[in-house]
Design a protein around this ligand. Sequence first.
Ligand SMILES: NC(=O)c1ccc[n+]([C@@H]2O[C@H](COP(=O)([O-])OP(=O)(O)OC[C@H]3O[C@@H](n4cnc5c(N)ncnc54)[C@H](O)[C@@H]3O)[C@@H](O)[C@H]2O)c1
Length: 440
Amino acid sequence: MINTIKQKFESKNAIIGIIGLGYVGLPFATTYTQKGFRVIGYDVSKEKVDLVNKGENYIGDVDDDVLKKAVNDGLFSATTNESELKNTDVIFICVPTPITKNRVPDTRFMESASKTALKAMSSGKIIVLRSTTYPGTTEELVLPILESTGYKLDKDFFLAFSPERIDPGNTTWTSDTTPIVVGGVSKKSGEMAEIVLKQALPNVYKVSNAKVAEMEKLLENIFRSVNIALINEMAQMCDRMGDIDIWEVVDAAASKPFGFMPFKPGPGIGGHCILVDPYYLSWRAKGFDFHSQFIELAAKTNEDMPHYVRDLILRALSENGKAVKESKIIFLGVAFKKGVDDIRNSPAIRVMELLSEIGDPNIEFADPYVNEIRFNGTKLVAQNIDSTTISNYDCVVITTDHDEFDRDMIAKNATVIVDTRNTLRNYKTIGNYYILGGGK
Ligand SMILES: NC(=O)c1ccc[n+]([C@@H]2O[C@H](COP(=O)([O-])OP(=O)(O)OC[C@H]3O[C@@H](n4cnc5c(N)ncnc54)[C@H](O)[C@@H]3O)[C@@H](O)[C@H]2O)c1
C-alpha cells in the first residue's frame, strides 16, 4: 500500500484535502496547486468557501493571481460539504487553537475537524494536524477520534503532526519556501507524511515522533515570547532610568555579529500565536506537576505592555494640559503587526479599552488594512488621516508601523505623539513626542 500511495503523490495524481481555509490553510492550499496538485478545501464558513470558488482572495499572504488561476484551472475548489473530502488522499487540519478566558486550551475546533476527517476516511488516507497545540494532542486527542469507528493506525490510515510557520506579511519566507517539520504518531505515519510534504516543499525536516514536532513549534513561539518580554521589561526600565533609549540599545547590541538576536519592544503581543500558544504548553506541563516559570513570566510581562502604554498616553496628555475625559485620541494601526489586517488579540484595541475605562475619551483609529472594528460593543469605522485632520487630535498614538502611514505628514502636523514602534525617530516632530522605552 505504501508504494502505491507514494507513486500517486509522485505522479501528482493524489488529491489534497485541507480543513480550515484561514491564514494557514489558504496559503498552504496554493502551495500545492502551484505544484500541479488538485486541492479540495473544506471550511465551515460559507463566506470563505464562496470567495474561494469565485477565485477571490481574502488572505494577504496569498497571491490574487495564483488563487484565481488555481480555481480557473480546476485545481482548487472549496466546500462546506464534508463528504467531498472523501476523495482526497491526504487531509491537512488547519483550524484555530484558541484559549479560553481562563487561559486553558480550547480544543473544540481540532475535535470537530478530526470528526470531519473521520467521516472522510478512506483506505490509506494520511491525516496531518497543522494547528499549533500542546505535545500529545495528535496522539491523545486526534487518534482516538479517528480510531473510534474501527479504523486502525498504520493499517487503514496514517497520522502525523506538522506545524505551520507562516509569518504573515513576510515576503521572503513564505508558506512555499520555509522549511517544514513533521513527526508521525507512528514511524510509518512520519514517513508517509514526509513523502506528501516533499511534493510541495523544498525542505522537510522529519523528527522521531509527533510530540517532538508539537513541542518544537511551541519552542519557536515561546522563544519569541520570552525574548520580546525581556526587551519589553528593559524598555520600561529605560524609561524609569531616563536618558537611555531601548531602541538605540538594541541597535547597538545588534552590531555584535554573533551571539545576539535583536527583538523589539512594543505595545503588546497580538495575533493568534505568540500570545496564545505558550499557554498550551504551560497548561499541559501542569498535568506533569511542572510549572513553567519562563512562559508565565513572559506572558505577564507582555500582557502588561498595554497597561504601560495606557500610562504613557495619560502622561503625554497630562503633560500637555489635557484631561483624558475630554480628549480626542486617534490610534494609528489596530492590526497586531505591520502589513497585515489581522486584529486578533490586537494590543492597540486592548490599550483603547484600558483608556476608555478611565475617562471615556473620544477614541478613533486609522488603519490602511482594517475598515472597521468592534469596540466597547459598537462599530468603530476607520478614519482617513491627512495633514488637517491629524492636527485635530489631542494625542496621536502609533500602535502599528504600517509602511502606508505618511510619517512626514504625521510628524509635521500632530501635536502630541505617543510612538510605540519607533516610527518617527528620524523625523522632527512639531508636537511633543513620547516614545515607548525612549528614556523620557
Ligand atoms: N495565523 C498564523 O500566522 C499562524 C502561524 C502558524 C500557526 N498558526 C496556527 O494554525 C492554526 C490555524 O490558524 P489560522 O490563523 O489559519 O486560523 P484562522 O482563524 O485564520 O482559520 C481557521 C479556519 O478554520 C475554519 N474552521 C474552524 N473550525 C472548523 C471546522 N471544524 N471545520 C472546518 N473549518 C473550520 C474557520 O472558519 C477558519 O476559516 C492555529 O492553530 C494557529 O495557531 C497560525
